[in-house]
Design a protein around this ligand. Structure first.
Ligand code: DNO
Length: 405
């Protein structure tokens, strides 16, 4: 298991020096400043690689940019509208440039409009730490009353819609603005600038696009890019929907094992793979993460290891981001499944026998509470997660356990 860490580039408040002291082996990054649909040029890629390679005092970090997260897939590609063919051509050009620069793993997602969605970006835990949380009732209040999406009330259980109405009635204007800001924060590139009207016009574009059609568009996209990835020696890996159920009436097609199976089988190439995000998938009670790792095994090219505590039983429900070893996913069993797959790959002689993972998200603890880095990406909270995961890996791989074949 290769210990990687997400870096948002020069604007990230967590530095290359910080991640080195956390014991990181490789960097996950993206060129967030390049508009979706445009080509990532060799020059821009090289510029980011150079930044990853140095510490603050100019000495070499020894780290390399190893995983791209994400090479964004445009809304046009997802809808097959407008410039979608040009965007696929640009995606392929970027993939060639990344491979030429030595980068082999590319993560992307296929969620319409939204990327990840939370209602609270700094929810206080009893010990004073904060974490990200998705509260279904707050989300319903946003959808039904703030966004005022036609038909929204019918998409929630009646009791949730009723409670959302009561909660909305008690909200001040500042509460409403804060909730809307949190929800739109997960919109790619949106953070500060997305208005409710922007959201409405994006949603209108997807009106009546069925999950089957969206899945078909995803398979069309993969039929174009995966053969080239295979030829180049690039491993593509799709990130799941977060949370893994439908929101705002939008179709979502990467929420379950069956969803993954459908697209992996439709474009049956090793290069067409999975980002197994335990935190996103784990927000749904019917996703068995260790089992998914065992079954999707040879197609898993990247791992996001984190945990969530589900606060209700339903498929669609509230949850918050737990400590890495807390929450609903049995992290020891999941890591054991990863190590088994790595041993199998080594025995087969596969060059990609070491799967990159990152301690995905972390709670804000200690100095994180003042630093206020990118929500979900604190320095100490992630360091703690990485250290705990590293402990499990080390223990499970130790000969004293008799696990090494
Ligand atoms: C959130 C992330 C996602 C992820 C993309 C991958 O913290 O896990 O934004 O990077 O969905 O395409």
């Amino acid at each position: 298991m290769r210990q990687t860490w997400r870096w948002f580039g020069p604007k990230d408040l967590v530095s290359i020096d910080d991640m080195m002291q956390a014991g990181v082996e490789g960097v996950v990054s993206a060129l967030h400043h390049i508009p979706t649909g445009a080509v990532w040029t060799a020059e821009e890629i090289a510029r980011r690689q150079a930044l990853v390679g140095v510490m603050k005092d100019g000495s070499p970090s020894g780290l390399k940019w190893e995983v791209v997260e994400s090479l964004p897939v445009s809304e046009d590609i997802k809808k097959q509208k407008g410039d979608w063919r040009d965007h696929i051509a640009a995606w392929k050009t970027s993939m060639r440039a990344l491979r030429a620069a030595g980068i082999e793993v590319i993560c992307y997602n296929f969620m319409p409009v939204l990327d990840w969605t939370r209602t609270d970006l700094a929810w206080r835990l009893p010990n004073g730490a904060t974490c990200m949380r998705f509260d279904l009732t707050d989300f319903a209040a946003f959808d039904i009353h703030i966004l005022a999406r036609p038909g929204a009330a019918g998409d929630f259980p009646e009791s949730v819609a009723d409670e959302a109405g009561r909660r909305f009635a008690a909200m001040t204007d500042a509460d409403k603005a804060a909730l809307a800001k949190n929800v739109v924060f997960g919109l790619p590139g949106a953070a500060e600038s997305f208005s409710l009207d922007d959201v409405r016009s994006h949603l209108a574009e997807y009106d009546r696009l069925s999950p089957e059609t969206l899945r078909g568009h995803m398979i069309d996209f993969l039929s174009e890019v995966a053969p080239l990835a295979q030829e180049l020696g690039v491993r593509l890996c799709c990130h799941p929907d977060d949370p893994p159920f439908t929101l705002l009436g939008l179709p979502r097609v990467m929420s379950t094992e069956a969803d993954y199976r459908a697209v992996l089988d439709a474009v049956d190439l090793p290069a067409n793979g999975v980002t197994l995000c335990a935190g996103s998938l784990g927000a749904r009670p019917d996703n068995d993460l260790p089992g998914m790792m065992a079954r999707l095994a040879d197609r898993v090219h990247f791992l996001h290891l984190r945990n969530v505590t589900r606060e209700s039983e339903g498929i669609m429900g509230s949850f918050h981001e737990a400590e890495h070893l807390g929450g609903g996913t049995d992290m020891v069993a999941l890591i054991a499944a990863v190590l088994r797959e790595e041993r199998r790959r080594r025995a087969e002689g596969r060059a990609d026998h070491q799967i990159p993972f990152r301690p995905d998200h972390g709670q804000d603890i200690l100095d994180d509470l003042n630093r206020k880095a990118q929500p979900g990406y604190p320095s100490i909270g992630r360091l703690k997660g990485l250290a705990e995961l590293r402990g499990i890996m080390t223990a499970l791989d130790h000969p004293v356990e008799g696990l090494r074949a």
